[in-house]
Ligand binder design. Structure first.
Ligand SMILES: O=C([O-])C(=O)C[C@H](O)[C@@H](O)C(=O)[O-]
Length: 418
């Protein structure tokens, strides 16, 4: 199964004004869709970030993979390493420090996923089978709440409405739970002063008794603030995600608060694991195959976490169905991934590059697609339309901060802020 062609297509889809510690989501989210085609005519799909530096590196790397067998992922990784000489992007500063290694993993990931899709199709088995076989038939995801404006300034309000206080957040949770059946809730924090976010968690706790809750301020707090908030939220949070920047700060907080700390910011490459484990900085790692180097490497990281007693959840960024399928196969085949995963799917509000039918939410969980490979098929019309939207939208890289500054010129995304 020799790779004969690779198509790398940037796409854009509408995104609501979701607030976070770096600013606010722009009206369009970017992704890159990868199609790998073999000499036997099989096509595999991958999806990753759409920022221009990323896209350019992927386009640079793709020709170097032509002629390789789809099983030769080690050679593929080595060839990509030789090309990705530089840091690609630190992705708006919400997913940890950029390093050269991390950039390689990010470029490699969608190609690896596409090769696994092909290998599954050729063998007539789902990708989960190539990762050791599924240990669960459906993967639970959590309701991912965001403080948000009613709509983008100057535009129509979107159907999710405004959520700028605890009542808005509770209403949003009710809507997502009604539509998707989610059984746990994550609130993206770091937007308002911590006491306001404490109130929101308490309101959620009261409105949804027994539903596990998480709060993620994306390192917006100092160590002192994190300890105070953690203590005040005793008994309400399943875990507290990235309250403060860096492994040493997280270790100080972890030693002083009653709940486990989770991260997708201070442990984002393998070399971060030894210091984080040695200092007991985290209890939960949020895996993300987009930056841990694809599905197989993410499985290896999961095994390491098992050895060192770290629990697992899964991180997401604005994404489409190819990523949701890949995340679902990985989570289904990872025994120690026992926390509900994050997903931005509700915010894409039906827009997708895959044909409907293969992916659905039942009681907050996505059943593992049954078809061979990833089990999803490209919707070519949707791909073309989203590619056109990419060309027209005028956004080349996600920049929540600059977009926010258009409406609040004095806004600064400094962290820690409180
Ligand atoms: O868990 C996280 O830190 C994220 O999901 C990062 C994302 O970029 C999120 O903050 C967002 O979509 O604004």
């Amino acid at each position: 199964m020799i790779i004969r062609q690779i198509h790398v297509t940037p796409v854009a889809f509408r995104d609501p004004p979701l607030l976070n510690a770096a600013g606010v989501h722009e009206p369009w989210a970017l992704r890159t869709i990868v199609e790998v085609v073999t000499d036997e005519g099989l096509t595999g799909l991958g999806e990753t970030y759409g920022d221009i530096k990323h896209l350019e590196k992927m386009r640079e790397c793709a020709p170097a993979l032509i002629g390789l067998d789809v099983h030769a992922t080690n050679t593929m990784y080595a060839r990509i390493s030789a090309i990705v000489g530089d840091v690609v992007s630190d992705m708006h500063g919400l997913t940890g420090v950029a390093t050269k290694e991390k950039s390689i993993d990010r470029i490699f990931s969608p190609f690896e996923v596409a090769c696994l899709d092909i290998r599954g199709k050729a063998a007539g088995v789902p990708v989960a089978d190539l990762l050791g076989g599924k240990v669960r038939d459906a993967v639970p995801y959590s309701a991912y709440l965001f403080y948000k404006w009613a709509g983008h300034p100057g535009g129509e309000p979107d159907r999710f409405g405004e959520a700028l206080d605890e009542a808005g957040v509770v209403e949003q949770a009710a809507l997502l739970i009604k539509e998707y059946g989610f059984k746990s809730i994550k609130l993206k924090g770091g937007v308002f002063p911590p006491d306001q976010e404490i109130d929101a968690i308490r309101a959620l706790h009261e409105a949804f008794p027994g539903v596990p809750l998480r709060l993620d301020p994306n390192a917006a707090w100092t160590v002192e603030t994190s300890i105070r908030v953690g203590r005040e939220l005793e008994g309400t949070l399943q875990y507290l995600e990235d309250p403060t920047p860096g492994i040493p700060g997280m270790a100080e907080v972890a030693a002083a608060v009653p709940m486990p700390l989770a991260t997708n910011m201070c442990v984002v490459t393998p070399e971060h694991l030894p210091p984080a484990i040695a200092s007991s900085a985290i209890g939960v790692l949020l895996l993300d195959h987009h930056y841990w180097g694809g599905l197989v490497r993410s499985s290896h990281i999961a095994a390491l976490c098992d050895t060192f007693g770290l629990s697992l959840s899964m991180h997401s960024n604005s994404h489409l169905g190819i990523s949701l399928a890949a995340m679902t196969h990985l989570a289904a085949a990872t025994p120690n991934l026992t926390f509900a995963c994050d997903t931005h799917t509700p915010w894409q509000d039906g827009q997708d590059v895959v044909l409907p039918g293969a992916l659905r939410f039942t009681d907050g969980a996505v059943p593992v697609p049954a078809g061979p490979g990833l089990g999803v098929e490209l919707d070519r019309d949707a791909l073309a339309a989203m590619n056109e939207a990419y060309d027209k939208c005028g956004i080349l890289a996600r920049d929540d901060t600059t977009y926010m500054q258009r409406f609040e010129p004095s806004y600064s995304a400094r962290r820690p802020r409180w």
